[in-house]
Design a protein around this ligand. Structure first.
Ligand code: ATP
Ligand code: MG
Length: 423
């Protein structure tokens, strides 16, 4: 027999058993962001390839080897978005949201990167992205971090640590870059193939290498802190003061550079040790140059993205996911004759008890089979409507969890009042 068609490697279905956790998480995050004055923006999943090449950087892992790029029927080169910031900036410029304005925006949805699939690393994964525009001080950097810290508290997460760093000004980075290239050239033998290729195009990214064999040569490299410009130094210092005042603990990690070219000044990551190698659940920073790089008026900007799969994996590892919601009531319809009365009764109850989750038995079945379904549905109560009950405008109510308790006959008139305290 022919094998059924499988999903694409690294792209996963989110099954009904998993969806409640996603909904629960998204609800919390949307609510939290609303409380901080962030507005949702919904963006296309496909953009012009050029947008990502110009923003993320030509010589990054993402643009060089991870993008899902294709020609559409008009011959335009399009790409499934590998991240959300570029599209958000594109939309902001296109709709005039950024010029001389402040914006606090967020979005969520799938992102696509052709990486090697493994635990916590997929080809279709989900991010919730938060971006701020028009604010150049460290106060907004601090706010972004404060939001994430509150989110962990709200979700009950522990064991996440914050690492921060500054990438300084473009000039400081250029100066450091020269020193770094000289250092790495003197240690060519210790560099892997990727690093050698990056040496001329994007040497800072070598510091971000995950290759264990390169960690020693990276640890010995000159420190950017010695080349940091005074303004960025002050910005970074104030950020630290603000975080201290907010009671948020952090570590300065001078090796923290981000995998995308557009960052400058503040960068940060929230990391956990509970998920193995894929421990970064949230990453972000400042990208003041990006808006003008994409053709807008220069606008300061900062933001972060949460990895939803990793966040859910951490919630699961720390047993912080709530139990899935179950139906509360299951209506058993004993006999075809009671179908229409049953559906009408169910609608009346839904009107009266808007928060009740009620499942009506469809597809018939013997009383025994329906009671079995009722039990398997997870409902706490069964309502049983047979012809006799129907004639008397009443229904039997039976606990599905307490087998000792007696079945009761309740008139339709009193059913909502009877059920309300049981739910
Ligand atoms: P990593 O260093 O883990 O590759 P990154 O620096 O490429 O991450 P960003 O582009 O900053 O990640 O994306 C923000 C967040 O999105 C990451 O911190 C992570 O939680 C999540 N993320 C990134 N790539 C993937 C992926 N392939 N699968 C699942 N989650 C991902
Ligand atoms: Mg990556």
């Amino acid at each position: 027999m022919a094998k059924g068609i499988q999903s694409i490697r690294g792209m996963h279905d989110i099954l009904p058993s998993e969806a409640p956790a996603w909904q629960w998480l998204e609800m919390h995050i949307a609510g939290l962001l609303q409380r901080y004055g962030y507005q949702q923006i919904r963006l296309p999943i496909v953009e012009r390839t050029e947008l990502f090449a110009r923003s993320i950087g030509e010589v990054t892992d993402i643009v060089e080897k991870e993008m899902y790029t294709f020609e559409d029927r008009n011959g335009d080169s399009l790409t499934l978005r590998p991240e959300g910031t570029a599209g958000c900036v594109r939309a902001g410029i296109e709709h005039g949201l950024l010029h001389h304005q402040q914006q606090r925006l967020w979005y969520s949805g799938p992102m696509f990167r052709h990486e090697r699939p493994q635990k916590g690393r997929y080809r279709q994964f989900h991010q919730i992205g938060v971006e701020s525009f028009g604010m150049d001080g460290p106060d907004i950097d601090a706010e972004l971090i404060i939001i994430t810290a509150r989110l962990w508290r709200l979700l009950g997460l522990t064991d996440v640590r914050l690492e921060i760093n500054t990438l300084g000004s473009a000039e400081a980075r250029a100066q450091y870059r020269e020193v770094l290239v000289a250092y790495f050239k003197a240690h060519l033998a210790d560099l892997d193939e990727d690093a050698r290729r990056r040496l001329d195009s994007n040497p800072l990214r070598i510091l971000d290498s995950k290759n264990p064999a390169m960690q020693a040569v990276i640890a010995q490299a000159p420190s950017f802190m010695d080349y940091l410009d005074a303004d960025s130094q002050a910005h970074f210092q104030t950020l630290q003061t603000l975080l201290d005042a907010a009671g948020i603990a952090y570590q300065i990690n001078p090796r923290l550079v981000r995998g995308l070219d557009y960052y400058g000044r503040t960068v940060f990551e929230w990391i956990t040790d509970s998920l193995g190698a894929q421990g970064t659940i949230c990453a972000g920073g400042r990208y003041d140059a990006l808006v003008s790089q994409l053709g807008g008026q220069a606008t300061p900007a900062a933001g972060f993205a949460l990895g939803v799969e990793r966040l859910l994996a951490l919630l699961e590892a720390q047993a912080k996911l709530p139990p899935p919601p179950l139906p509360q009531v299951y209506l058993v319809l004993a006999g075809e004759a009671v179908q229409s009365a049953g559906l009408a009764l169910a609608e009346r109850l839904r009107e009266q008890l808007p928060h009740m989750a009620l499942v009506v038995n469809c597809g018939g079945g013997s009383l025994k089979a329906q009671m079995k379904r009722a039990d398997r549905s997870g409902a706490a109560w069964a309502l049983i409507l047979g012809e006799q009950e129907c004639d008397r405008q009443s229904v039997q109510i039976k606990s599905l969890r307490d087998t000792q308790s007696a079945q009761q006959c309740v008139p339709w008139e009193q059913l909502a009042a009877h059920l309300a305290p049981l739910l």
